[in-house]
Design a binder for this molecule. Sequence first.
Ligand code: DCP
Ligand code: MG
Ligand code: MG
Length: 527
Amino acid sequence: MEEEDGDHDFLFSAAAQSTDRHERVIVHIDIDCYYAQVEMILNPSLRGKPLGIKQKNLVVTCNYEARALGVEKLMTIKSALEKCPSLILANGEDLKNYREMSEKIYKVLQSYSPFVEKLGLDENFVDVTHKIVKSPEVQHVISGHTFHDSEDICTCGCTERLAQGSLIAQKMRDHLRDELGITSCGGIAFNKLLAKLVGTTHKPNQQTTLLSTSSLSLIKSLKHLRNIPGIGSAINRKLEVLGINTIEKLQSAEMCKLTEALGGKTANQIQQLSFGIDNSHVKITDRPKSIGAEDGFIPIRSEGEVRKKLSCLLNRVLELVEKDGRKPCQLKLTVRKLHPSSHSVRESRQTTIEYGTGTGSSTQQGPGDEKQKMKLMTTLMNLFERIIDCDVSWQVTLLGISFSGFSSGNSESPAKNSINKYFPVKKSPLRSEEPLPPSKRCRFDESVLQELPPDIRQEVLEDMQNQLPSPDPQKPTDSDCPKGVDPLVFCELPVEIREELLAEERTKKQTTIKKSNNLLQYFRKAS
Ligand code: DCP
Ligand code: MG
Ligand code: MG
């Protein structure tokens, strides 16, 4: 039997007040019709016309002119053209420009707060709590729309904090528009879930602030459980089996039943979400641990075809690696083999590489870059032969290349003929003379951390540590690092190379090495 709505509200707002305090100010930014906007920025003649972005037979997104004419996201091209015969279609299969713009957006947002979490290519959460002025002399007016349909006003001070957050969100969105020419929607609330949800209530190019006393009505306004971020199709299917298909039913579901179907952690998490409770932190997005690309195709059967595909793929990935600026020391090849029984199997092999262009962008046609590409192609073909026995007939339907094992580095004037150019030391303003152990390294201005209230600071530090890979017992500590070698680089090296370096270090202590091309000298910091 369901409780009456009124009772529900009382119960749940009490639950929300007690477990999800309103101390934080979270801004969620979602770019309007993202792929379509990027295409319109690249080709302004598309502006003002209905534009759809196609991938395979789908229109993955469309601009708002097309939406006004009935085109919807994820429509088939056929239906979209039926709705809107004048629809212009741009191919959106190459994500390069969308990725590039996404990085630029991230950088703009980072200039407002170090706590920026990227979600896909066009969304970011920004925690601006530390920017809020406590007890301001004048109360601020909310910028943009306000989602508030309750007569109650919370007295904890969150309304003023959120108002200040809305002004920061407005600045961010103006900055994105002025610097990158891109428009976005903003959601401002006291947690991530609610900020994301409220931002969609006024679209496009608008922003909305949720007052804490209206969080339950916002959640209840959702039409489907699937609209709650965090409830994907798999969880939704399991809930349907239990007969749970509305927000209210999820709120009142018995925990033991939910736990049986989903496990305790997920059960608890999604029931909290159904009350608008989300205590998760904005997790600072780290740079990717690997950079790669894959390409699927109709079966190919010859080494010549594989070489051609790999060469195209390698060009694409090298461009991304160059843009990233770090130097990888691992290369992985993935192959999807088609078996005679017509089922597919993916297999990967990886190897250590020496990476470095020395001459700048791989897109430049310098001889150094071509030489490097040739070396990498040879490595890739060797890996291919470790996966595929070329003496018997085979068919391949996918190839993937991925670089990983990045050392933090840039290509600042590497010493000539030195392997330092492959693993150069980046002079980070955060690095002190005595490097911090990896678990304590911050990727942002530490003074911001100091400004935070002690309990939040502690939580953020813990959260940052959780984002770091768990300590590898085989990984060295900084004190293991040979003298003069950058510990950041040393920690990222494969075990064999670390051991070789340490062996050289030990030998060096016993005898003076006259050989000039020993391994250790390559990793010494340029002095
Ligand atoms: N996208 C995709 N496939 C999907 C969903 C999205 O390729 N199934 C891409 C295309 C979108 C981009 O991701 O442009 C961002 O997704 P959004 O859901 O934010 O949609 P848009 O930004 O396009 O539109 P909106 O203005 O509604 O945010
Ligand atoms: Mg969007
Ligand atoms: Mg989005």
